[in-house]
Write a protein that binds this ligand. Structure first.
Ligand SMILES: *[C@@H]1O[C@H](CO)[C@@H](O)[C@H](O)[C@H]1NC(C)=O
Ligand SMILES: *[C@@H]1O[C@H](CO)[C@@H](O)[C@H](O)[C@H]1NC(C)=O
Ligand SMILES: *[C@@H]1O[C@H](CO)[C@@H](O)[C@H](O)[C@H]1NC(C)=O
Length: 187
């Protein structure tokens, strides 16, 4: 009897793997997962995961990925890439509406995880208890605080390699609701 049942199980597994629905439900031709949730690419997942690891370490709820923020960040990164700068030439339409973290990494092409790690590393200058930042003059704690800003729920990011210096990476993440309000503590 048990021999018969396992035989049936093997047949139905084989049939499942042959059925067109079963093969279509896994991974799309472009490599994106098609299992339910909106598809985001590998580098977006890296940005999101690095944020959420830092937030989890501070006991904060995770951010979700937002395509509107991603598109705006990508456009912003595209602007930065032209002059390979972390300052755009013009005021940006979403200044003040979204929070924004900027990154520039030289020497070699940088991953999204490296960009977020640079922001998170500002945390060692930040004293949460006294809400005090001891960063050197040309640095700040603001990017770190935005990553772990409790009231922020959504993020979207973009990354480009500089036009004239392909080994330099610029990255932008935008946040909603924006953090760093009124000198408050992030959480
Ligand atoms: C990948 O393919 C899926 C399904 O066809 C589509 O929804 C998604 O937008 C595509 N992603 C990219 C990055 O082209
Ligand atoms: C993404 O963010 C935009 C801008 O804040 C907002 O209008 C939109 O509703 C958000 N999308 C989702 C799916 O939450
Ligand atoms: C980019 O960086 C790599 C690793 O540091 C180096 O080997 C390569 O020569 C660089 N390329 C350019 C164009 O600077």
């Amino acid at each position: 009897m048990s021999v018969f049942l396992s035989f049936v199980a093997i047949i139905s597994l084989a049939l499942a793997s042959l059925s067109p629905q079963a093969s279509a439900a896994g991974v799309a031709e472009n490599g994106s997962s098609t299992a339910g949730r909106p598809t985001i690419g590998n580098y977006q997942r890296q940005f999101l995961q690095a944020h959420n690891e830092a937030r989890a370490a501070a006991g904060l709820p995770p951010l979700t990925w937002n395509m509107t923020l991603q598109l705006d960040s990508k456009r912003y990164a595209n602007e930065l890439r032209i002059r390979c700068s972390t300052r755009p030439l013009y005021a940006w339409g979403t200044d003040g509406i979204y929070g924004r973290n900027l990154y520039k990494g030289t020497d070699k092409r940088r991953t999204p995880a490296e960009a977020v790690a640079a922001w998170v590393s500002e945390g060692h200058w930040y004293d949460l208890k006294n809400n005090r930042c001891t960063a050197p003059e040309d640095q700040s704690c603001d990017e770190y605080k935005q990553v772990v800003w409790r009231a922020t729920t959504q993020v979207g990011c973009g990354r480009h390699f500089c036009r004239a210096s392909f080994n330099t990476t610029v990255a932008v993440c935008e946040y909603y609701p924006p953090g760093n309000r009124n000198g408050q503590r992030p959480y």
